[in-house]
Design a binder for this molecule. Sequence first.
Ligand code: PEP
Ligand code: MN
Length: 349
Amino acid sequence: MSEIGIGCFKRPLVIAGPCSAENREQLLSTAVAVKETGVKFFRAGLWKPRTKPGGFEGVGAAGLEWLKEVREVTGMKILTEVATPAHLEQVMKINPDLLWIGARTTTDPFAVQAIADALKGTSVPILVKNPLSSDIDLWSGAVERLSNAGVSTIGLIHRGFSTYEHKSYRNAPLWHIPMEMKRRYPSITLICDPSHMGGSRNFIAPICQHAMDLMYDGLMIETHINPEEALSDKAQQITPKELKVILKNLIVRENSKEIEGIGALRSEIDELDDELLKVLSRRMQISREIGEYKKQHKIPVFQKDRYSEIIQSAVSKAKEMDLDEEFVLSVIEAIHRESVRLQLPDSDL
Ligand code: PEP
Ligand code: MN
């Protein structure tokens, strides 16, 4: 069960609805069809943050009445995005059940603080999307600003991170970042947004399954009565029918007594992790000694040939040891980076 300040829900807590409210007819017909899938939370963006000017920027306050009507007609809870205190002031007139703060807003501490100040004295639950960049402190900073302003129910929406490199997903998941947020805030509700993460409807189902396997509390899935005609995020929206199929096929595993069966293996992992740390500590000690020697003999810290040698040897051993090459590369790179850092004169740089 997930507690989100407005009652308990069986995992997953599903939020569905279009990227944007476009007109009354689109919103209501989508909502009626979404309701039939059993979903209890309905989303629609009114003010749309667009990367480039000239795109559809949302219907703004004109959509508030339609959202209210959705709640009256279907009984679903309604939520939308707020990016400024002015949005908040307008949306509070329809008494929203929840609100979310978008990725671009979370990226800007001034904007988050302005919303946090404007939220003082209200009790609406707020979901905070991850910032665009993979900066965990920006995300937790937003949570803290809201919590310091007295917002008592805060949840997280993981929608992936912008990266310069082109990847198959629109936004890189970097699953370890929300996992670290869960470590920092163990009881916070964590929702995955496969639509903005994948950027394509084909990725929705596998991302939802992945999120369930990582014990996420919920999913926010962009759903449109006619995705082909959507005015924003067309490629990633699905129909209510497709939503129903995806939800039906989801395998939701719960933690249970069975977990005790892996107790022994977990102890072994703990011991191995201790050993890894001890080995790392010994390795860094040797790096420091080499650093001293290089300094005394005026030898440069970074030795290109030595570095390629280390990498090549690790990659060929990885193959023999049934370890993923890319994983081994990233570990060795991180270790080497730390060695170099320790050997530089000002190792705090
Ligand atoms: C949205 O949910 O429609 C949206 C704009 O998302 P994000 O802030 O994640 O880009
Ligand atoms: Mn969208």
